[in-house]
Design a binder for this molecule. Structure first.
Ligand code: PLP
Length: 383
């Protein structure tokens, strides 16, 4: 546990998110080194963590920003991302949000339907601009080999269906204020089996043939994000295996002359550098179990309640003998539970509890249910 500056952390009012900025730097350096071998372009998926400090750090490595709302576009520009490195994705962009993108002259809109393409064209015409477009294509992968796609293809709201491609590409001929730049895919999140990314490459290669036969040229091949992290062993594996990840694309993606490959990494960039810190308020003996009631709740970190997600939990300040506890928050919902039957050293009021791997989809999803305060962010470089 020596990686935490415990003396300092114990002084800070809990709950709060603690960000290890050295680990973030190491992670970003690794991504840069491994992606540069293939000249890949990295965009950070801002939705994973939109703190200005985190965004500025990521921008300092020269990466781009992948945004899914107008406010994320604005936050990225504010953090210093140059507009050509900002892309805007999402199945339901409002007119107001599209205008934020247009006014900032962002590099690309990732478009998911014909009506959206028409609206962007109309708004771009009003603004006197031509918007760059990448089409998000639903890769139509077979469900049996791709268990990570949770909805069947027909019900999946994301992307343009392959059978509609001809119609969509024909649209570009009529619409003068949108320009076709590339194709975009995103197959899911927390994917640890690299075989899935190989399957994506195979699918992209097939689609490339279709574009070539029809004399269209996608300059950008955006393969999305989704690389998983090790929630079970965050201390042993703080940085995902980016080398192996990029190698899959290097080995299996067949590129045409002049094409650029883009990635949109979220979780794999920021998850491990963040920890939700809380203190034990009470230990309560239940009928079959002991409850460690902590001062963080599902309003601070909703992933366990929302997806039954696992986060490793450590007691940073006790050296007692191991026991089992259900670690629960104070909120009036039974799902406000961070872990059942968690083995912790004997735990008492005031102990500092670390909920690990919480840097992605943690603070950014915090809310004020029960009129609780939003958790603060503490950065290691400030301590
Ligand atoms: C969420 C999302 C990402 C990032 O996914 P991670 O699993 O966090 O890497 C990338 N692209 C799109 C389109 C997304 O919706």
């Amino acid at each position: 546990m020596s990686m935490f500056p415990l003396n300092k952390l114990q002084e800070i009012e809990t709950p709060f998110y603690y960000y290890n900025m050295d680990l973030l730097d190491d992670t970003l350096r690794t991504i840069k080194k491994e992606s540069e071998k293939y000249n890949y372009h990295i965009h950070y998926a801002v939705k994973a963590n939109a703190n200005q400090r985190i965004l500025k750090t990521i921008n300092s490595f020269g990466f781009g920003a992948d945004c899914v709302s107008g406010n994320e576009v604005a936050a990225s520009i504010e953090a210093g991302f140059t507009s050509d490195r900002v892309v805007f994705a999402g199945v339901g962009k409002s007119d107001k949000e599209i205008n934020i993108g247009l006014n900032n002259n962002i590099g690309c809109f990732n478009v998911e339907s014909i009506p959206e393409l028409e609206v962007i064209n109309e708004l771009a015409e009003k603004a006197g601009k031509v918007a760059g477009i990448a089409l998000r294509i639903n890769p139509n992968v077979k469900a049996n080999t791709h268990h990570y796609i949770t909805t069947g293809l027909e019900e999946n709201k994301f992307g343009i269906y392959i059978w509609d491609l001809e119609k969509v590409m024909a649209k570009f001929k009529d619409l003068k204020n949108v320009e076709f730049k590339g194709i975009h895919f995103h197959i899911g999140s927390q994917i640890q089996d690299l075989e899935s990314f190989k399957q994506l490459c195979v699918r992209v290669n097939e689609l490339q043939e279709w574009f070539e036969q029809n004399r269209y040229f996608p300059q950008i091949i955006n393969v999305g994000g989704g690389l998983g992290i090790d929630y079970e062993k965050p201390v042993e594996n703080p940085i995902p295996d980016f080398k192996a990840f990029f190698k899959v694309f290097g080995d299996f993606l067949e590129l045409k002359e002049g094409q650029e490959v883009h990635f949109e990494l979220g979780r794999s960039v920021v998850a491990q550098c963040g920890t939700l810190m809380s203190k034990v308020i009470y230990v309560k003996e239940g009928v079959n179990t002991s409850f460690a009631i902590v001062d963080a709740g599902m309003s601070d970190l909703i992933r366990p309640a929302l997806y039954q997600a696992y986060h490793k939990i450590d007691n940073l300040t006790s050296l007692g003998a191991d026991q089992k506890y259900d670690v629960v928050g104070p909120i009036c919902e039974s799902s406000d539970c961070f872990g059942k039957a968690v083995t912790l050293p004997e735990t008492k009021r005031g102990d500092l509890i670390a909920i690990r791997s919480a840097g992605a989809y943690g603070e950014v999803m915090a809310n004020q249910y029960n009129l609780r305060e939003l958790p603060q962010a503490i950065y290691s470089s400030d301590l």
